[in-house]
Design a protein around this ligand. Structure first.
Ligand code: ATP
Ligand code: LTN
Length: 340
């Protein structure tokens, strides 16, 4: 027999990747460079599961009609970034009931003290002082459940989510310590470049979907003209020298964006723009962003017209996500002592 002396290699099981994004507004350059770009590249090497975290979105009050629109637009935007729905799962969180169910259970294994230390809770409750609801407080538990239900190995996110990954690991380790190995302990996957893109108008604050200052935030679907205008108006400093350094938050941010897109090091950027002013640099960054986002916007324009196709995509994915996550939910419930 021809194969007798050959060792037959069984294909290695791929690691699982999970991540989610809130449909809380138009996706930003920060979302893209911090998270979505990795979602796309990781599809080659991993089994990827992605979700639209719409349950998380209602921790901040939403207008119902606008929310429905945001959900469909965010779903189309993520696919437009390059998510291949034949290869990866991309489902809608609220359609998969296991998330809310596990969230109740794990909230009983999460301490008030540890939730009180979450900086996102502190920031958002300062920003929405009239609506500091319990959901805003228990937000990280639901996020932990998103990840743990799929036994994820890696979670691609921006730097602002580091603390949430940490609490996910703590909750999982605590539960495993009590009941045996129920949950895989996940690792965050945070990019070296672009992990924390700042507002163009206030470079001490992160660029955010829900920012009121429209000029601070580049949206993935902004036209080239709008993108160029936003970069030209970006806040810088009076030194007029393209150099990374302390007290130069605006330029540091533009360099981070430029480096994340072109792959150039900071030294190389400083060298290339030596003797040139901020105007030239802002134009170069704007143009790089325009070209990066152009194909995404074009794909989006086609996708958003085909609502039936989008629905077919998420219905299929919702069903598979329910099957996978139900296994973890049942196991967890049995361990705790529920009768199934
Ligand atoms: P919101 O403004 O509603 O809080 P957001 O813009 O912070 O939303 P999320 O949906 O919470 O966006 O985040 C989606 C992903 O994008 C997360 O992985 C998050 O870490 C990443 N991300 C968000 N903002 C930035 C940013 N400014 N730079 C890098 N990554 C970011
Ligand atoms: N909280 C996240 C969105 C999110 C998420 C998740 C990210 C909800 N569930 C699970 C990674 C894994 C945020 O980006 N603000």
């Amino acid at each position: 027999m021809e194969n007798e002396n050959k060792t037959i290699e069984t294909p290695k099981k791929k690691e699982i990747v999970f991540s989610a994004i809130q449909p809380s507004g138009t996706i930003t350059l920060g979302n893209y460079l911090g998270a979505l770009r990795n979602w796309v590249t990781m599809q080659e090497e991993y089994d990827c599961i992605y979700s639209l975290a719409d349950l998380h979105t209602i921790t901040v009050r939403q207008n119902p009609a606008q929310m429905r629109k945001n959900i469909i637009e965010a779903y189309a935007s993520v696919i437009a970034c390059g998510i291949d729905i034949e290869k990866s799962l991309f489902f809608i969180q609220s359609h998969v009931h296991t998330h809310a169910e596990l969230s109740w259970i794990l909230s009983c294994y999460t301490q008030f003290g540890e939730l009180s230390r979450m900086t996102q809770f502190k920031d958002k409750s300062a920003k929405h002082a009239d609506n500091i609801n319990a959901g805003l407080f228990t937000y990280p538990v639901l996020m932990a459940c998103d990840i743990l239900l799929y036994q994820a190995d890696k979670v691609p996110v921006g730097a602002d989510q580091k603390q949430h990954i940490e609490i996910t690991r703590n909750i999982a380790e605590r539960f495993n310590g009590l009941y045996g190995n129920v949950f895989k302990i996940p690792d965050g996957f945070i990019p070296k470049n672009g992990a924390r893109i700042m507002s163009l108008q206030d470079p001490t604050r992160k660029m955010s979907k829900s920012d009121e200052n429209v000029n601070g935030c580049v949206h993935m679907l902004d036209t080239p003209e709008v993108i160029m205008k936003k970069f030209k108006r970006a806040i810088t400093d009076s030194e007029a020298c393209v150099r990374y350094g302390e007290g130069k938050d605006g330029i540091n941010n533009l360099m981070a964006i430029y480096s994340a897109i072109t792959g150039l090091s900071y030294e190389q950027i400083e060298h290339d723009f030596d003797g040139k002013g901020y105007g030239d640099f802002k134009t170069a960054v704007g143009e790089a962003v325009v070209e990066e986002l152009r194909p995404i916007r074009e794909r989006y324009e086609k996708l958003i017209k085909d609502k039936a196709y989008l629905e077919e995509c998420y219905r299929k994915a919702d069903e598979i996500a329910l099957k996978i996550s139900s296994r973890t939910l049942s196991k967890t419930m049995k361990k705790v002592g529920f009768i199934l």
